[in-house]
Ligand binder design. Structure first.
Ligand code: FAD
Length: 469
């Protein structure tokens, strides 16, 4: 093989990158990142993620240069860009790691056709998921819709070998322009977005350090994963989203450890593959409820309540803490994500799509497959959803998963002096306790937007009606 292009997308790494490893066998190699317009004006564009992307690409380019290659940049429609670059470079083949979202699959089909017209082959590899999820099927040959049986099949399914990190790479054919990335300004990246991205160490070098740290702590994962104040989950979701670490490599390390904590952590990676599997087989979920009965649900439309939720001003500390963490860090603890999503869709009965969009605008790990799957889970509209009548009580959740109030006090500092026993529900605290803590409800901290008990009862009724109707 004379010349190969490796088109990098959300696999921004040298280690265990099957597409890069395959391309490295060519006599000449052109590593490419193509900036699609949707990155800055698409429905899910995000300055935080764009800042992370640009920094990760710089790191990858430095690593590629140290092997003799370098990253090439193009902007525009990948079908046009790839066909043109293949001609320019005289490439015979383009290697990619396959993604599973509706957008990427449709895009790859278009690119494949455009390349085929010029006699160039597009070859897909499994470099994003742990398992080859396209091959995981039920006994009757259909897709899994429920996690537990999927998990069993996923655990049994074969795995590819880890791909070797290339030590030396050939350069591109002479005359192929390197190109340049869009500017930060064009990508909507400001200092705030850069600070947020910097908090999660973009680029493979930092990602591998974070993975090592996470592995050292993996054995205790099952004991600490729900304690939001301890901040003891891996926080590797942005790195997994951008592929600065490989899910398959992480899984391999966890299997080697084999402890209870490592097994529980590996199970979370199965959830990641499960949602990739769901969006692959049910691409319509990106627009509509998976559960058709829920498509007629009458959601409330209050902009005032939605804004209060977005800004962390609902008057429920557990919810407000999570929403403020999201704004400040571009990340939120999973326990709290579940609670804020439940609160928005059940207590406020606002459409899950509004929550999904807000998360996508802020999350560094914002990913259509994972976000949509989890939002539809929380809204009881999705595949294998949370039963609609099991509604999280945010006061009890705070008591259970933040018993010493570390998390709430970190993100809602105006409540810092409230005693632990009142931190989850300040509206129930006696006036003298509030006065002692220096809090005037309604001034220093909001009164609750809705009554938790009444709104829960109403949600159960409305959700029940929608499902029966
Ligand atoms: P850990 O607990 O350390 O888990 C390790 C890895 O396992 C994670 O990095 C992630 O890749 C995977 N994982 C863990 N929990 C889940 C889960 N519930 N679903 C799928 N994969 C999981 N995750 C995203 O990556 N992108 C999203 O856009 C996203 N949106 C979410 C929206 C809602 C409403 C909810 C409830 C969850 C969402 N999640 C999303 C899942 C989960 O909250 C995050 O993956 C997790 O909090 C990331 O933190 P961590 O890396 O410390 O996780």
């Amino acid at each position: 093989m004379r010349t190969a292009i490796v088109w990098l997308r959300r696999d921004l790494r040298m280690n265990d990158n099957p597409a890069l490893a395959a391309a490295s066998e060519a006599e000449r190699i052109v590593p490419l990142f193509c900036f699609e317009r949707g990155l800055w004006d698409g429905r899910h564009s995000s300055p935080n993620r764009n800042a992370y992307l640009l920094a990760s690409l710089r790191d990858l380019d430095a690593d590629l240069r140290s092997t003799g290659a370098r990253l090439h940049f193009r902007s525009g429609d990948p079908a046009v860009v790839l066909a043109r670059l293949a001609t320019e470079a005289g490439a015979e083949v383009v290697h990619v790691n396959r993604d599973h979202t509706a957008h990427s699959r449709a895009r790859d089909q278009r690119v494949g056709r455009a390349l085929a017209d010029g006699g160039v082959e597009l070859i897909g590899h499994n470099g994003i998921a742990c398992a080859e999820i396209a091959r995981i099927e039920t006994g009757s040959g259909g897709p899994y819709r429920v996690f537990t049986p999927f998990y069993r099949a996923w655990a049994r399914a074969g795995r590819r070998e880890l791909a070797k990190r290339p030590r030396r790479l050939a350069g591109a054919p002479s005359g192929v322009g390197v190109g340049s990335p869009p500017t930060k300004e064009e990508m909507g990246v400001d200092a705030r977005a850069e600070r947020i991205a910097g908090g999660f160490g973009p680029g493979e070098t930092a990602a591998r350090r974070a993975m090592r740290r996470a592995l050292e702590r993996a054995d205790a994962y099952h004991r600490v994963r729900d304690l939001a104040g301890d901040d003891a989950t891996t926080k590797l979701s942005p790195q997994l989203h951008f592929g600065t670490i490989s899910a398959r490599e992480l899984e391999t390390e966890l299997l080697d450890r084999g402890t209870k904590g490592a097994t529980e952590l590996r199970r979370q990676l199965a959830w990641r593959d499960f949602w990739l599997n769901v969006i692959r087989h049910f691409p319509g979920n990106r627009e509509l409820e998976y559960d058709e009965r829920m498509r007629g649900m009458r959601w409330r439309t209050s902009d005032r309540d939605f804004e209060a939720w977005c800004e962390g001003r609902t008057g429920v500390p557990w919810i407000d803490a999570g929403m403020r963490q999201l704004r400040e860090e571009g990340w939120m603890h999973n326990r709290v994500r579940m609670a804020v999503a439940s609160y928005l869709t059940k207590n406020l009965r606002l459409h899950w799509r509004r929550g999904e969009a807000h998360f996508m605008a802020h999350l560094l790990d914002g990913d259509e497959s994972q976000n949509n799957g989890n939002w539809q889970w929380a809204a009881s509209t999705g595949a294998d959803p949370q039963p609609y009548f099991r509604i999280f009580n945010p006061v009890k959740q705070q008591e259970k998963f933040d018993p010493d109030g570390t998390y709430v006090r970190r993100w809602v500092p105006e409540l810092a002096d409230l005693p632990d026993g009142h931190l989850g529900a300040p509206w129930e605290a006696p006036p003298e306790v509030l006065a002692e803590a220096g809090i005037a409800l309604g001034d220093d901290y909001p009164e609750p937007l809705v009554d938790l008990k009444d709104s829960r009862a109403e949600a159960i009724e409305r959700f029940g009606e929608a499902r029966g109707g």
